[in-house]
Design a protein around this ligand. Structure first.
Ligand SMILES: *[C@@H]1O[C@H](CO)[C@@H](O)[C@H](O)[C@H]1NC(C)=O
Ligand SMILES: *[C@@H]1O[C@H](CO)[C@@H](O)[C@H](O)[C@H]1NC(C)=O
Length: 380
């Protein structure tokens, strides 16, 4: 019987094998990438060294010297030295490991196999595959190596010794072969090897053609009319309205939104103070616009002795009059003493000026007694 320890050991082994397979597959793709960069750089360096050691003259001696250099080991070494950035470990490692192969190609294979990438990366060190193929044996991608994924996606591991050849389809396409269309797209053209998916009309969830007459099913926010077209639902005409009391409804294609009424309205049909259906507390209808009510015109709003009424937008406040100061809920006279008094009255005048017109939000509640109606607490 297997002991727990043995089972654990087996489990760890399996995990390790799976993980290393995983990184191995990724390494295979990376190796091909590195190899491709190396051979690309080889061509660049090959071109760069073409004119080297060439004095510019034309003498027979120079011609001979040049042709000697062209195929020389000196030139090969010069190319190999510049293939990789010094910081790229993978690149340097691959070049060092396969220096013999570069030498073989340079002296013996170059003429017969001019494509270094094919000879080196695909056929010799076998880290890449021809285009449209993948995996250790370079099998054809799904959909064939000519047009992997039928031209509508990417084949996993395409051109490398890694991957599993499966397709990740481009947007609009789905299925193992990338021939089917996702919801919201339809097959404009289709046969066994070719598929073109185009986007449906914005009103369709699924469709068979381009217009809103070709919907199979309408998207939410749209509904079919008697002729079978998908038309926008006007959510705003619904009763009850989908918006809150102090919001108005804005219909859009396939949807709607709720926007806040102007603060002078308690309900409205649109933006701005002239679109109110009813005015907010503290405001009244004046020729179709909601305007502030001056509560202070009513008598005895501020009944405490020596209080003054100050109007503000949508409300009012009771503050102590000039020369008085709030103390425990009543207005008490400030001590009169020369310079101090004039300073102080100037100060209280300034305070009143600020609180009445310019700084209502910051009305100091300790200094003033505010007249509020119960429902106004929400607005403050
Ligand atoms: C190719 O060679 C150049 C120098 O010739 C180098 O700057 C570049 O980084 C190399 N590319 C790679 C992928 O190493
Ligand atoms: C499929 O359709 C494409 C594009 O219309 C065409 O080029 C191809 O020849 C067709 N293939 C077959 C097998 O009918």
């Amino acid at each position: 019987m297997l002991s727990f320890g043995r089972l654990l050991w087996l489990f760890c082994c399996l995990t390790f094998i799976l993980l290393s397979q995983c990184t191995y597959a990724k390494d295979l793709k990376n190796s091909c990438n590195t190899c491709k960069k190396i051979t690309d750089n080889f061509s660049k360096e090959f071109d760069r060294t073409r004119k080297q050691n060439f004095g510019g003259g034309n003498t027979a001696w120079e011609e001979r010297a040049l042709s000697k250099y062209e195929t020389s080991e000196i030139r090969l070494v010069e190319i190999l030295e510049n293939l990789c950035e010094s910081s790229s470990f993978d690149c340097n490692h691959m070049v060092e490991e396969h220096e013999d192969h570069f030498e073989t190609w340079w002296f013996k294979r170059q003429t017969k196999h001019p494509d270094l990438y094919k000879w080196f990366c695909i056929d010799t060190i076998e880290v890449c595959c021809p285009k449209g193929t993948f995996g250790p044996d370079c099998n054809a991608c799904v959909g064939g190596s000519e047009k992997p994924c039928h031209g509508n996606g990417m084949c996993d591991g395409d051109g490398t010794r890694g991957g599993d050849g499966r397709c990740s389809c481009d947007h609009g396409y789905k299925g193992e072969f990338c021939l089917d269309c996702i919801d919201g797209y339809f097959n404009e053209l289709r046969n066994d090897t070719f598929s073109l998916c185009s986007e449906c009309h914005v009103s369709c969830k699924t469709c068979t053609g381009l217009t809103n007459e070709d919907c199979e099913e309408c998207k939410s926010g749209w509904e079919e009319d008697v002729e079978g077209k998908c038309l926008d639902v006007n959510e705003c005409s619904k009763d009850p309205s989908p918006c809150k009391e102090d919001e108005y409804c804005l219909n859009t294609d396939g949807s709607f939104s709720c926007e806040a009424c102007d603060k002078v309205c308690s309900s409205c049909t649109g933006a701005g103070p002239d679109q109110c259906l009813s005015c907010a507390t503290g405001y009244q209808d004046t020729e179709g616009t909601c305007t502030d009510v001056n509560e202070c015109e009513q008598p005895d709003l501020c009944p405490e002795e020596n209080q003054e009424c100050v109007n503000n937008k949508g409300s009012y406040a009771c503050i102590c009059g000039s020369g008085y100061k709030e103390q425990e809920g009543v207005c008490v006279k400030l001590p009169e003493s020369g310079a101090v008094l004039s300073d102080d009255s100037w100060f209280s005048w300034l305070m009143r000026y600020l609180t009445s017109g310019h700084d209502q939000a910051k009305l100091n509640e300790k200094e003033v007694k505010t007249g509020t109606r119960p429902e106004e607490h929400d607005d403050l």
